[in-house]
Structure formats: structure tokens, C-alpha cells
Design a protein around this ligand. Structure first.
Ligand code: TYM
Length: 336
């Protein structure tokens, strides 16, 4: 495969519902990039195995997430959309890269530390090794730009280290070191509605902590109404939100939803309390989410069509991945 000047590659785990953090931090940015470069977007279903998930749940989550991405604007005619388990080159390259990545590098991954917590000895080896598969996901396609939220930045930096070490160890110019492409402002890190110091996440046990793409208008309104805030009015300068994480988060979400900066949002609401701000935030969230949710419901009905889209995407991805995998086998001496 010749190396493209710009190729966008990114993925999402098909676990739980797509939430506002995924949408603002990644998916809506992917949608915009479709017109700027060749894009590959995938469901990281092999990654979903690193935590407890039932086979039936995984099967349905893959289709659900594919439908959610298409509903959000990922166009399978423009972008290659697939589940990475359908392209065996991903785990094959991951094995080779496992022998390049160093234990020390993976031990520093903050996401592993967070997810394993006090149970380091009890979590799966896959959870520890997960970033190496993630590196294979991107390096296979010579991805140059990886649009992700802030929480994935360290994993992309690890990909760069793996790519450069492999090239150096085997004296080849095979892998491109990709760049993390993190959005600006709050979209890079949307926080929980219940606690402004932790990120909005699929794994948060509290449903009230996140707004999901599948939430009804009433549910969205209720979650925003109950979102944690403080008693102060909104200031006129974003710098004054520094010690008010919940207020900063809600202002940032409003900014991302309405394509404005927090400073512009504050110009409108300075001096007002959350009683005035929250109904308008609700309106902005519903204006973005409701049309996507309606499309999602439609798409979810036709499972055969979703499976066909994913199969076509996997075939295209496999064709792009094959030469890179072959070159990696050759570089390490496993093929002539
Ligand atoms: P995942 O499934 O946790 O999240 C998918 C994308 O959503 C972003 N995101 C957020 N952005 C802003 N605020 C938040 N609260 C928030 N929560 C999630 C994530 O940063 C991500 O961009 N390991 C990846 C999936 C993956 C991948 C890859 C990504 C597998 N292989 C290769 C890029 C390239 C993950 O678990 O994302």
C-alpha cells in the first residue's frame, strides 16, 4: 500500500450506549473529517472482550453501535466502516507489535491503572495489552490522524513509540507515527453530569452521569435538570470557571453543541444562574440528539442491512491491511 498524505483512522468500543462525550469528543469530529481525507472507522469489538461482556450483549452492541455511528453521520459510502474482529490482520499485527512494545511502556498507561484499580492481579491480560492492539488498529493503515478524546492521547503516543521502535529495530520504513487529533475545548473531555472531576463514561454505574444517544427528550431534560451545579451565577470570563468544574463542564457542553467558544456562550449568560441556563442547554442537547436518535431507531430495524455495510467495510479494510501485515512479517523474518 502506498502511504497516503493524510489518512484518518479511529475506533470506538461497542459497549454501552453512545453518549455525549463520545459524540462531541470523537464521532461528530469524524463526521466532519469524512470530506477532508480517506477515513477508516471501526468498532473495536475485540477490545470489548477485555472487560466482562456476554456474547449476546456483544453481538447486539456491535450492530447498535454501527447504527449509532451511521445515524450520527458516518457515511459508509464515504468512509470504511467495519468491526475490527472481521479483519484478522488486526490481532495478527498486534502479536508482532507485542514483541516490540515494552512492559514499562504499557505499565505507564493511565487508563489501565484506572480500569484495573486495586485489582491489578485480577484483571485480564487483554486489558493490560489493549493499547498494543489499538496500535495495530492504526499502524495497519498508515493512519496519520487519529481523532479521539483527550483520554486516548496517551495511547496514540504509545503507538508512535511502537512504530518508531519497530522501524528502527528492523531497519525498515514501514510504519507511520500517527498524530493524536484531539478536539479543542470541553469537547476533548466531557465530564460526568454528577461529578465535574470525572469524565463522562459508558462504565459509570450512574445513568444520570451521561446523556445517551438513545435517551428520550424527557430523559435528556431530566438529566440536565438534575446535573450537579453550584449556587453562583455564571461569570463573564471562562477563566473564572477554573474552580467550578461542573459549571465549566456545562458551559463547555453548550459551547460544543452550538459550535461556539465558552467565552461567547458566557457573553450570553453572564450574571444568570443555572435556572435560566439549564433549559437552554436542554434545548441545545435535544436539537442535536433527537434527529440522530430517530435515525438510529430506523437503522436498527434492518439488521441485514447493517451486517452488509459492516461486511463490505471489512472487505475493503482487509485489502488495505494485507500489504502492511505482509511487510511486517517480512521485516521480522517470518516471510520471504
Ligand atoms: P472509547 O470507546 O472509550 O471512546 C470512543 C471515543 O470517544 C472519546 N470519548 C470522549 N471524548 C470526550 N469526552 C469524554 N467523556 C469521552 N469519552 C470517550 C474517546 O476518546 C474515543 O475517541 N480505545 C478506544 C477505542 C479504540 C481506538 C483504536 C481509538 C480502539 N482502537 C484506535 C483510536 C484508534 C476506546 O476505548 O474508545
Amino acid at each position: 500500500m502506498t502511504k497516503p498524505a493524510m489518512r484518518v483512522v479511529s475506533g470506538i468500543q461497542p459497549t454501552g450506549d453512545l453518549h455525549l462525550g463520545n459524540l462531541l469528543g470523537a464521532i461528530l469530529r469524524w463526521v466532519k473529517m469524512q470530506d477532508e481525507a480517506e477515513c477508516l472507522f471501526f468498532l473495536a469489538d475485540l477490545h470489548a472482550l477485555t472487560v466482562d461482556i456476554s456474547p449476546a450483549q456483544l453481538r447486539s452492541s456491535v450492530r447498535e453501535m454501527a447504527a449509532a455511528l451511521i445515524a450520527s453521520g458516518i457515511d459508509p459510502e464515504k468512509s470504511i466502516l467495519f468491526a475490527h474482529s472481521a479483519v484478522p490482520a488486526h490481532p495478527e499485527l498486534a502479536w508482532i507489535l507485542n514483541c516490540t512494545a515494552r512492559m514499562g511502556w504499557l505499565s505507564r498507561m493511565t487508563q489501565f491503572k484506572e480500569k484495573s484499580g486495586k485489582n491489578r492481579e485480577g484483571v485480564s491480560v487483554g486489558l493490560f495489552d489493549y493499547p498494543v492492539l489499538q496500535a495495530a488498529d492504526v499502524l495497519l493503515y498508515h493512519g496519520t490522524h487519529v481523532p479521539v478524546g483527550e483520554d486516548q492521547k496517551q495511547h496514540i503516543e504509545l503507538m508512535r513509540d511502537i512504530a518508531l521502535k519497530f522501524n528502527n529495530d528492523f531497519d525498515v520504513d514501514l510504519f507511520v507515527a500517527p498524530e493524536p487529533f484531539v478536539g479543542g475545548g470541553t469537547a476533548a473531555r466531557v465530564m460526568s453530569l454528577r461529578d465535574g472531576s470525572v469524565k463522562m463514561s459508558k462504565s459509570d454505574p450512574s445513568e444520570a452521569s451521561r446523556v445517551n444517544l438513545t435517551d428520550s427528550d424527557e430523559a435528556i431534560a431530566q438529566k440536565i435538570r438534575k446535573a450537579k451545579t453550584d449556587p453562583e451565577p455564571l461569570p463573564d470570563d471562562p477563566a473564572l470557571l477554573g474552580t467550578r468544574p461542573e459549571a465549566r463542564n456545562l458551559v463547555g457542553i453548550m459551547a460544543a453543541l452550538t459550535d461556539r467558544t465558552p467565552a461567547v456562550v458566557l457573553q450570553q449568560y453572564a450574571g444568570q444562574g443555572f435556572g435560566a441556563f439549564k433549559p437552554e442547554l436542554t434545548e441545545a442537547a435535544i436539537a442535536t440528539i433527537a434527529p440522530l436518535r430517530r435515525r438510529l431507531v430506523e437503522l436498527r430495524r434492518d439488521e441485514a442491512a447493517l451486517d452488509a455495510i459492516l461486511a463490505a467495510g471489512a472487505a475493503k479494510a482487509a485489502a488495505l491491511a494485507a500489504p502492511t501485515l505482509l511487510a511486517a512479517y517480512r521485516a521480522v523474518g517470518l516471510k520471504n
